[in-house]
Structure formats: C-alpha cells, structure tokens
Write a protein that binds this ligand. Structure first.
Ligand code: XMP
Length: 321
C-alpha cells in the first residue's frame, strides 16, 4: 500500500532512529537522487544535516543557481557551496582523452569534497553520510533487496580512512519515478525533480576536445535551447536524456548573417531508454528538431551546424565520451 506520504513518514522515522543526535553530511550533485535523499534527511533531523555542493563549473545553464537558491528556499537546508570551477578548468586544461578527463574530474571532486567535509566534520563531529542510492543501483552492485534502509559499509568514493562515515541511504528501496514523487511531495522545485539523468563529469565529457571556459559557454547556450524546446513541446517525460555535444575541434563552412562562417557543429543526442543500459535514438518530431536547429544557429554564433545522432546503444553509448 504505497503512498508517497507513508514512505516519507516511514523514512523520516527510520532516519531519526538511526541518526539520533549525530551530525550528518551530504554531497549534493545537482541531480534528483541526492536532492531528494537530502531533503528527506533534512525533514527528519533538520539542522543536524549539512549539505556540500561542489560547483565544478561543468553544469548546464542555471543548474548551480537552482541548487543554491531554489532548492535551499524550498527545503531550508543548510548548504555549503564550494565554487571550484577555476580549479577544475585548470586541471582539465589541454586534456582531450575521455578517460583522462573522467579521472581528473573524479580526483578533483574528491579533493574538494574532502576538504569541505573535513571542515564540517571538525566543526560538528559528523558520523553519517547521506547517499542517494536507488534500488536499481543496489541490484546492480549485488546488494539484494533487504529491508534495511541504512547500510554501514564505510569509505565510499575514495575518501580517506579518517573520513569514513556510516552511510544513510533512504532511497535504497525506491525506483526513480517513486523518488520523483517523493521529491514533489517534499516541495522540491520541478526543475530539480524532473531533471533528466546527468553524468557526474558534466559538460566536461560533452565537449569533444579540450575543455575551456569559452567552449563551455558555447555548449551551455546550445544545450539551453535544446532543453527549452523539449520542455515547450511537452516531451521531457518521454525522453530519457537529451545530451547536446560540442565537436569543439571540428569546423565546417557555413553562411550566417552576411557572410561565410567557419564554425563548430553540435550533435543532438536525444534517447529513449528504460535504464540506460540500452537505449534507442528518440524520434523527436521534425518541428521540434527544426526549432532547436534554427534557434541554436541564430542564438549561438559559434555554432553553424546542428546534426542528429541516430545511433542506438549498443553500439553507441548515450554519452559521446
Ligand atoms: P553511457 O554513455 O555509458 O551512459 O551510455 C549511461 C548513463 O550513465 C550516465 N553516465 C554517467 N553518470 N558519472 C555518472 O554519474 C559518469 O561518469 C557517467 N558517465 C555516463 C549517462 O549520462 C547515461 O545516463
């Protein structure tokens, strides 16, 4: 007899019973899962929870602001924001290899989070770390069903031993649509609750070529158009994900405005999927594709060509890197 209200009540009680008076820490990613997990824990233990949001500068337009402003306004959560964009850009300078990019972003994330976590832990004596693990993640890692919401394996994600917290995973029995329903019930902004999955390395792996501030600005502008038009067409819920990819080292000839241009292509990669393990390219209506193409080439001067990826997964992955 599943209702969002009863799940929230049960989880709040379970979290209170587990955490007691201890301090709790959570890393917000900007995604749905960590946002809902943190909001549940906040509902349960209020200011005992501190959230850390590492802004790596690789998020899409408006996303950092939605976490820093709208999410905090909706939840009253205690949030520490670390603006680390310069640090990530410096570490990524000149790097083109996809695996290298991922390693660098992962390493820098852990370093930045570690130092923020250490400050909070020193000030408040943190014992618990919230993670937005969902049921499919549990199954995938062989964890079985289990009714326990709290799992006590330590030292996740490369944190050093002296920062080994006990995990609180209030979403362990839930699927994504249930998590979204709970987020809505908790009053979280639709821009966060309805958000498509987004990779941890962010736009860093959607720029084919080296990442820099200028390229990020181009991709952000193009991606914003695609997202706006998908939403305006009412298609957010039917599409699993809609990466927009900047082929930063490719140029082609075009005519824009008064003359010849030599700009970059962007690739539209809308996909439908159940679980991201396999995917099919989404048959977006031609009118929607047309609006996206026209607007991107009008509004983003560095882009003079918009192409559509019609590859399923396999053989293509969803992301290009
Ligand atoms: P691929 O590209 O392998 O992606 O088909 C499958 C799903 O995983 C997401 N993805 C990531 N998520 N960290 C994440 O949190 C990552 O490094 C990462 N790489 C890919 C991708 O967006 C898709 O939903």
């Amino acid at each position: 007899n599943w209702t969002t209200g009863s799940v929230i009540d049960d989880q709040v009680a379970a979290i209170r019973a587990t955490v007691g008076d201890s301090a709790v820490l959570c890393a917000l990613s900007g995604g749905v899962d960590s946002a809902v997990a943190a909001a549940l824990v906040q509902r349960a233990v209020g200011d005992q929870l501190t959230c850390v949001f590492v802004d790596h500068g690789l998020l899409r337009a408006g996303e950092a602001e939605q976490v820093e402003r709208d999410y905090v306004a909706a939840t009253g959560i205690k949030l520490v924001v670390v603006d680390a964009a310069d640090r990530f850009l410096t570490a990524l300078a000149g790097v083109t290899d996809p695996e290298q990019k991922r390693k660098i972003i992962g390493r820098e994330f852990i370093r930045v989070f570690e130092s923020a976590a250490r400050e909070v832990a020193t000030a408040e004596g943190v014992e618990y770390l919230v993670q937005g693990t969902l049921y499919p993640d549990v199954v995938e890692s062989g964890g079985g069903t289990g009714t326990a919401n709290i799992k006590s394996h330590h030292n996740v994600g490369g944190l050093p031993d002296d920062l080994a917290f006990t995990l609180v995973e209030p979403l362990r029995t839930l699927f994504k649509d249930e998590v979204r329903a709970i987020g809505r019930e908790l009053g979280l902004p639709e821009e966060i609750v309805g958000r498509h999955p987004f990779p941890g390395p962010g736009l860093g792996i959607r720029i084919i070529g080296a990442v820099d501030a200028e390229r990020l600005a181009i991709l952000r502008a193009a991606d914003k158009v695609a997202r706006e038009e998908l939403t305006a067409a009412g298609l957010d819920a039917t599409i699993w994900q809609f990466p927009v990819v900047l082929l930063a080292d490719v140029r082609s000839v075009g005519v824009q405005g008064d003359g010849r241009t030599y700009g970059h292509p962007v690739v539209l990669r809308p996909v439908v999927s159940e679980d991201a393990m396999t995917a099919d390219w989404a048959r977006l209506p031609y009118e929607v594709l047309e609006r996206i193409s026209t607007r991107i080439t009008n509004e983003v001067p560095e882009v003079n060509r918009v192409v559509l990826d019609v590859t399923s997964k396999p053989p293509g992955t969803i992301e290009w890197e």
